[in-house]
Design a protein around this ligand. Structure first.
Ligand SMILES: [Cu+2]
Length: 316
């Protein structure tokens, strides 16, 4: 996947401008709702519960930091946790990224070969997509009991958020346990349907009208793209001056400025990669204007994984 870290100075900097714990977290309804889990990005940390029930789980991702982030959900194989992820996975990705940046592609590939064998047993289960600073996004997935991570591997200054050069400090990764107790939450009902597949790209069905939507995303298949990640779906607001070529490049972490803060556009959330045959959901409020669905893969337009659309004003 992707993993990253932060130089100590950067971390200190982020800590210095992070809101304090008693900063009001906006006007959210804090009453408990079954299956709803708040994940708060502050500075370069993901603040979330350590233990949650299994079943349909809605991650409400509140980005209080001045940087764009996401929260990929990963189910770990037995015996693994944040400690082994930080020791055996995050540094490999950071070294590989550094080598790619130095033009040493072969050495980078060799370094990626140091990933532990259990890395291939991680199951990626969606989680909130790219969410711009100050925004809240919401993503719903079904979770079985187990040990999980939330991870953000956006980059700042050439360092993955999920990597920290100081072994005493974790990167932007949070471990949590999903228990055998089931939440009472039901599967969401969708107003828009997306299918994503290697051959068909992103295909959307439903009325793109203003208002609140729940988007069902069915992963018809899954594959490993050139940058080692699977396909996913993010929603971007498209302004008149947005360079779509730049946006497409930005979505590829293996590019020097790919997935690096700041983003070239406003991201409204989405859903990270999931296994073939599974469905996850995310919620969006569409206002009249121009948007794009885009996947975090190289050459998304060629693959049908960059789809532009417009939401008309509600009066016509
Ligand atoms: Cu991040």
């Amino acid at each position: 996947m992707k993993r990253i870290g932060l130089v100590t100075t950067l971390l200190l900097l982020a800590g210095a401008c992070a809101p304090t714990d008693d900063t009001p977290s906006s006007s959210l309804d804090l009453a408990y709702t079954p299956g709803v889990v708040d994940v708060i990005a502050r500075g370069l940390t993901l603040d979330a519960p350590d233990e949650i029930p299994s079943g349909w789980t809605t991650f409400r991702f509140i980005n209080e930091s001045p940087m764009i982030h996401f929260a990929l959900v990963e189910r770990l194989p037995d015996g693994q946790g944040i400690g082994s992820q930080q020791a055996e996975v995050a540094p490999v990705f950071q070294d590989g990224l550094d080598l790619l940046g130095a033009g040493e592609t072969e050495a980078a590939l060799q370094r990626f070969g140091d990933l532990p064998s259990w890395f291939g047993d991680i199951v990626f289960l969606g989680g909130p997509g790219l969410t711009s600073p100050g925004r809240t996004s919401q993503t719903t997935v079904f979770l079985e009991p187990g040990t999980y991570l939330l991870e953000c591997y956006v980059k700042t200054g050439g360092v993955f958020h999920s990597f920290n050069a100081d072994p005493a400090i974790n990167g932007m990764v949070h471990e949590f346990r999903v228990t055998g107790e089931r939440s009472e939450a039901a599967e969401p009902s969708a107003t828009l349907q997306i299918e994503i597949s290697t051959a068909g790209g992103i295909e959307v069905e439903g009325d793109l009208v203003p208002g609140e939507h729940t988007v069902a995303v069915r992963f018809v298949d899954q594959t490993v793209h050139e940058n080692f990640v699977g396909h996913d779906v993010h929603l971007v607001r498209v302004s008149d001056d947005l360079d779509l070529g730049e946006l497409e490049q930005w979505m590829d972490w293996s590019q020097p400025t790919g997935l690096q803060t700041p983003a070239p556009a406003q991201f409204l959330g989405g859903i990270n990669e999931m296994p073939a045959g599974t469905t996850g959901f995310f919620s969006v409020t569409l206002e009249p204007g121009n948007y794009a669905w885009i996947s975090e893969v190289p050459n998304s337009s060629e693959k049908g994984m960059l789809k532009l659309f417009s939401v008309p004003s509600g009066d016509n």
